[in-house]
Write a protein that binds this ligand. Structure first.
Ligand code: ADP
Ligand code: MG
Length: 569
């Protein structure tokens, strides 16, 4: 037996680790399963390239609770460690064996999916355990080793009699962490962090019902069998090639991700890039009902199939946090704080890549199946419009597919719209006036009046539409928006208005005065119009700028924050 001191520069690093390394104690399990998975993938790699002679077989990782003895076991059939390797990889805190392995096998192991790279993960075990044992047998001929440490810098290392290859980590769960001896708690953790890890993870067994044998009698019970309870899907859809997946596979994966979500997604976007960074994933446009509170934190972030977080704020642009799905990148650091993540260069690149990718996908959906795109527009417009407002790059791209529906259910792109109205809706200052209604019922009379004049009326009713209109007015030349009940519709036509009022001048004057008494003059301007085509004798209008200013104040003019200041959607 050897005795020695764990090689750390700080006198006693464990209290530090316990308190500060991770804010969340529960991630110890993710770390240990990641190591077990790494050990398995390393062995796979070594057998592949002929450096290990053992039979790779069908290794799994097992998690076992021993409640009576207050122990938690994590057992793998990976490459194991010799005593020397334990000295090197475990006793030197912050010496990452994963990184060393990747360095050594640089080219061949690049895509091996190995997770670790900080060399601190293992010690997170001491957040929940006051004693940790490692019993490990290397895939080489070296004898097995048994390491024990009680959370002080002293450890013991001796030979063990384990004969099957792989590593067993035994946590002696501390008094304040006994929750991690509960089956439910561990089961929930496994499904949160490990649901899509690449090596099968066993947690207990389950009863499987077998088909009845042919000669079984009617009320014979169906035979059952105890099988391993594998908690993960090692080959989730996002790790596959888009060409190998059908529409149905994407829908099934959505259900796998959100078992409680019954509504089908509208679109999916398969992300797949390996340069200048590695990223895979599938994003979904959910149906965002107008009366539903926007739910953020639905995109899950993974690193090599290990769950990192579902709080992607600062990692994907704000407007995309309304989407759902998975992003997986080995370039996203696993173990670090949010502020670090947000400042990380790779993360920033990822964010702009995703924005571009979403825009490109929308564009191709629009080009390939405009009809379907139009049908779904109402459900996706809030994301697109918010994206146009908040990301300049997205605005430029979305200009080609953002739709402007009319009150009659037609859909224009911006370019189509201006072509359609150029001739009729250009005002005396040569500005094109885009008319819109925000509520078909309330503004019915105005809509009818505008249509009678052969004007095109859009139906724009998103909660952020006034911001978008302003954005369009400043980035496009010579256009302005006016709601159908705005006061300057009459100025649209360059040539003299030929409509003739049916009222005499005297009648007009007295009606005008009467109305001014009734209508609060500071909010509305009163105009008598020739309403020859409808039953409405006159209209009360409100200046566009006044109404819009009020609206923008309500939805938070400057520094708009979708989720903070917006009215509930
Ligand atoms: P990292 O995973 O970032 O390298 P860890 O602290 O999690 O750092 O683990 C340190 C090292 O200990 C690993 O790189 C690996 O060499 C070794 N190790 C940990 N767990 C196992 C295991 N189950 N099987 C084999 N080696 C392991
Ligand atoms: Mg690790």
């Amino acid at each position: 037996m050897t005795k020695g001191n764990i090689n750390v520069s700080v006198e006693n690093i464990f209290p530090l680790i316990k308190k500060f390394l991770y804010s969340d104690h529960e991630i110890f399990l993710r770390e240990l399963i990641s190591n077990a998975t790494d050990a398995t993938l390393k062995l796979k790699h070594l057998t592949n390239i002929g450096e290990s002679k053992v039979e790779y077989g069908h290794p799994q990782v097992e998690v076992k609770i021993d409640k009576d003895n207050k122990k938690l076991h994590i057992i793998d059939q990976g490459l194991g460690m010799t005593a020397e390797e334990v000295e090197k990889y475990i006793n030197q805190v912050a010496f990452s064996g994963a990184e060393e392995f990747l360095d050594k096998y640089k080219d061949s192991a690049k895509d091996s999916g190995i997770i670790g790279h900080f060399g601190l993960g293992f010690y997170s075990a001491f957040m929940v355990a006051d004693k940790v044992e490692i019993i490990t047998k290397s895939h080489t001929d070296a004898p097995a080793a048994h390491w024990t440490c009680d959370g002080s810098p002293q450890y013991t290392l001796e030979e063990a009699d384990k004969t099957d290859r792989g590593t067993e980590i035994i946590l002696h769960i501390a008094e304040d962490s006994t929750e991690f001896l509960e089956e439910n708690r561990i089961s929930a953790l496994l499904s949160k962090y490990n649901k899509f890890m690449p090596v099968p993870i066993k947690f207990g067994t389950k009863t499987e019902t077998l088909p009845k044998p042919e000669d079984a009698k009617e009320d014979d019970p169906a035979p059952t069998k105890e099988v391993d309870n594998i908690i993960n899907n090692p080959n989730p859809a996002w790790t596959k090639q888009p060409a190998d997946l059908e529409a149905e596979d994407y829908k099934n994966f959505y259900r796998e991700l959100y078992p409680m979500q019954f509504e089908e997604p509208l679109f999916n976007i398969h992300l797949n890039v390996d340069y200048p960074f590695n990223l895979t994933g599938i994003l979904y446009f959910p149906k965002l009902a107008a009366d539903m509170q926007v739910q953020k934190d639905k995109i899950q972030l993974y690193q090599n199939q290990v769950f990192v977080t579902d709080n992607v704020e600062g990692i994907v642009p704000d407007f995309l946090t309304m989407l759902r799905g998975v992003i997986d990148s080995p370039d996203i650091p696993l173990n670090v704080s949010r502020s670090y993540l947000q400042a990380d260069g790779a993360v920033k690149k990822i964010s702009s890549y995703i924005t571009r990718k979403v825009a490109d996908k929308m564009k191709s959906l629009f080009n390939n199946n405009r009809e379907e795109f139009e049908v779904k527009w109402n459900d996706i417009k809030i994301v697109i419009e918010y994206g146009m407002l908040s990301e300049e790059k997205f605005f430029e791209k979305a200009d080609a597919f953002a739709l402007y529906p009319t009150v009659d259910g037609k859909f224009y792109t911006f370019e189509e719209l201006t072509n359609a109205i150029k001739a009729k809706q250009t005002d005396k200052d040569d500005k094109m006036v885009i008319l819109y209604a925000s509520n078909k019922d309330e503004q019915h009379a105005y809509i009818e009046a505008a249509k009678a004049k052969d004007y095109e009326v859009l139906l724009l009713d998103s909660p952020i539409i006034s911001h978008l209109m302003q954005k369009l007015e400043t980035s496009k030349e010579n256009i302005s928006f006016a709601r159908v009940d705005a006061d300057h519709i009459d100025n649209l036509i360059k040539k003299d208005d030929t409509t003739i009022s049916k009222l005499s001048e005297d009648e007009q004057k007295s009606l005008d005065e009467l109305l001014k008494e009734v209508v609060p003059s500071e909010k509305f301007s009163v105009q008598l119009e020739a309403m020859d085509s409808s039953a409405t004798p006159f209209m009360i209008t409100q200046p566009e700028f006044m109404r819009r200013m009020k609206e923008m104040q309500q939805t938070g003019g400057g520094g708009m924050n979708m989720f903070g200041n917006m009215p509930e959607m």
